[in-house]
Design a protein around this ligand. Structure first.
Ligand SMILES: [Zn+2]
Length: 206
C-alpha cells in the first residue's frame, strides 16, 4: 500500500489518536474537523473569508449530498405493476453524478437501461423510478464498474425480468484534470439474465 508514512504509523495515528479524540463527534463533525486539517496542511489561511465555512460545506456536501447513500437501501418505492407487454423496455440518457473512490473526484455521465419483462410474472416499473434509482446508486464513492453492476443487480432482483442490460458512460474528472489529463469517455456494461444485446443496441440507436 502506498503511503507517505513509514510502516503502520498512519494506522496507529488514526486508530489510536485521531479516532479517540474524535470519538464522540457526529460523522459530519468528524469530516468538518478533518477538512479543517486539510486546509491547514495545505498552508492556506483557514480564517480567510472564502475558506471560513469551507470545512462545514465539505462535511455537509459529503455526508448529506454526494455520499448520502452509503450503507443505505434505496428509498425509492418500487410500485411495479403487472403487464402483458412482451418487448424490451428501455430508457436512455439518464444523467448521474458520482464520485470515484480512488481520488474522491466526481465522475459523471449517463445511464442507459433496457429490460425484458417476463411472460407470466411480468413486472414493470413506472418510468419515473429509474432516474431516482440511478440517483440513489450514484451517491457514494465507488468505481464506475460497481455502480453499473449494482444498478443491474437491483433491477434484476426487484423486477425479476427475463433479462436486464445497463450501460454507463462516464467522464472522470480525476483523469481529465490530473494524471493522464485526457477527457476520455469510459463505458461500462452489466448484463443479467437473457438479453438479446444486438436488439437492445439497435433500439438504443434508433
Ligand atoms: Zn479516480
Amino acid at each position: 500500500m502506498r503511503s507517505f508514512f513509514d510502516s503502520d504509523i498512519l494506522k496507529k495515528l488514526v486508530e489510536n489518536e485521531l479516532d479517540s479524540s474524535l470519538d464522540k463527534l457526529t460523522p459530519e463533525q468528524k469530516i468538518e474537523a478533518c477538512a479543517q486539517q486539510i486546509i491547514k496542511a495545505l498552508g492556506l489561511n483557514k480564517d480567510s473569508e472564502e475558506l471560513l465555512e469551507t470545512p462545514f460545506r465539505i462535511a455537509k456536501m459529503y455526508y448529506k449530498e454526494l455520499f448520502s447513500s452509503i450503507n443505505k437501501e434505496p428509498d425509492v418505492k418500487l410500485t411495479s405493476f403487472k403487464s402483458n407487454y412482451e418487448h424490451y423496455i428501455t430508457m436512455t440518457g439518464i444523467p448521474y453524478y458520482s464520485v470515484c473512490s480512488h481520488h474522491f473526484m466526481p465522475f459523471f455521465g449517463t445511464v442507459d437501461i433496457a429490460y425484458f419483462p417476463k411472460n407470466e410474472d411480468s413486472k414493470v416499473l413506472g418510468l419515473s423510478k429509474f432516474p431516482r434509482l440511478v440517483k440513489f446508486f450514484s451517491r457514494k464513492p465507488q468505481v464506475q464498474e460497481d455502480f453499473t453492476q449494482e444498478l443491474a443487480k437491483y433491477i434484476y432482483e426487484q423486477l425479476k425480468p427475463e433479462g436486464v442490460l445497463i450501460r454507463v458512460t462516464g467522464y472522470h474528472t480525476c483523469v481529465a484534470s490530473r494524471g493522464a489529463e485526457v477527457e476520455a469517455k469510459v463505458t461500462t456494461e452489466a448484463m443479467l439474465g437473457n438479453i438479446d444485446k444486438n436488439e437492445v443496441l439497435h433500439l438504443w440507436k434508433a
